[in-house]
Design a binder for this molecule. Structure first.
Ligand SMILES: C[S@@+](CC[C@H](N)C(=O)[O-])C[C@H]1O[C@@H](n2cnc3c(N)ncnc32)[C@H](O)[C@@H]1O
Length: 367
């Protein structure tokens, strides 16, 4: 009998080589075979594969065999409100966190490392919670750890967006204290973005209404998920060995940015607890960066299940005219700890907000 072939049409925002590589790896993770890129028709042709799962979880297709994917519905819904945010959606729009992962990339890394359902993903450097929000939108559980309290607050608030209605009416002085309002407020006031708080809050509320009306039902049919956030350190992950199905993260590297200066929040919430301060991964000194990262890598290895996958984004830096090879160091260190390298893709990054960073590298390993 002839094999059934499928056609996945790429989203209109897909145009870079590494995106096609991620798409290919994602198809493989969902057990597609005979995968071909049909360049002239902007699509992939493949056999086999779990097309139901791909319709729900794909990061790169707008349609599969003529049926709209979940992510295409999300993107279309968001464009009705904020057309210019082509690769940000829903609660990701609340705060423009510098050096965050692109949600689409986080989503794809979740799929490549964890095609299973009913699994739990860890991001031990969760920052603004991109991985966690995408895990939610893939119907998976997640845990996020960050050393800065405001960042875990923000990550949790972005999940609450999916579950609790935001009430905000400046004229009637109505405000139900939804945590995402604090996050939007921080973005608009402390970050001095060009956005006006009231305008941004009402856009996010409008997005939430669309999400509740059009998108939530689809997610609900995949069951309820759990998301936990911890103010802590990646060098001491408070979970037993083998607890996580996959890990997706982008740790601090290079003296790329000073996270707290460039991603501010209310003063009190930016204070790192005293007992954690010594573990904050900064890069003033390469040696201490390497020591803390070694501890974090070994914790990641411990808490990952056998054959579980790790996706990590890290980049090289140019310092005083010399290239500092963080990527090579990380790859060697992880390999020496028993991680087997599977893929490496180069993500071109924009120069905005990033000092002295060359490309980011996406590294994927298996335990
Ligand atoms: C590149 S950012 C992560 C961005 C995130 N992937 C996102 O999409 O928003 C790195 C994060 O690591 C955090 N960090 C620094 N040292 C840490 C440590 N020892 N344990 C956990 N998080 C730490 C920083 O506060 C920062 O939020």
């Amino acid at each position: 009998m002839d094999k059934m072939t499928h056609t996945g049409k790429l989203l209109d925002i897909v145009n870079r080589y590494y995106e096609l590589q991620l798409c290919y790896a994602e198809l493989k993770a969902f057990r597609a075979t005979e995968i071909e890129h049909d360049i002239l028709n902007n699509s992939f042709i493949f056999c086999d594969g779990d097309t139901d799962k791909l319709l729900f979880r794909s990061s790169w297709f707008s349609e599969i065999d003529g049926e709209r994917t979940f992510i295409q519905e999300v993107i279309q819904a968001c464009r009705k409100i904020i057309w210019r945010y082509s690769d940000l959606w829903l609660s990701h729009i609340a705060y423009p966190f510098k050096r965050r992962m692109r949600p689409q990339v986080a989503r794809s890394l979740i799929n490549i490392t964890c095609p299973e359902s009913e699994a739990t993903i860890l991001d031990p450097f969760c920052g603004s919670g991109t991985t966690n929000a995408e895990a939610y939108l893939c119907g998976l559980n997640s845990v996020g750890i960050d050393i800065v309290p405001f960042y875990t607050y923000m990550s949790e608030a972005k999940i609450r967006f999916f579950e609790q209605e935001i009430i905000f009416n400046p004229i009637a002085s109505e405000n139900n204290g939804h945590p995402l309002l604090d996050v939007i407020h921080a973005a608009c006031t402390l970050l001095k973005t060009k956005f006006k708080y009231e305008k941004r809050a009402s856009e996010i509320i409008e997005l939430q209404r669309i999400y509740f009306d059009q998108i939530r039902a689809k997610l609900r049919s995949h069951g309820k998920t759990e998301h936990k956030f911890i103010v802590g350190t990646a060098t001491d992950i408070p979970f037993p060995a083998g607890h996580f199905d996959a890990i997706v993260c982008s740790p601090p590297y290079g003296s790329a940015i000073k996270y707290e200066e460039e991603n501010p929040g209310p003063e009190k919430m930016m204070e790192i607890p005293d007992e954690l301060k010594q573990y904050q991964i900064l890069t003033k000194d390469e040696e201490s960066w390497k020591n803390l990262m070694t501890d974090a890598f070994s914790e990641m290895h411990r808490v990952l299940k056998k054959s579980g996958r790790l996706a990590i984004i890290i980049g090289n830096q140019k310092r005083k005219g010399e290239i500092v090879d963080y990527v090579g160091w990380a790859r060697e260190k992880l390999t020496s700890m028993g991680f087997k390298p599977l893929y490496q893709f180069t993500e071109l990054i924009s120069s905005t907000g990033t000092r002295n960073i060359l490309n980011d590298e996406i590294l994927i390993f298996e335990k």
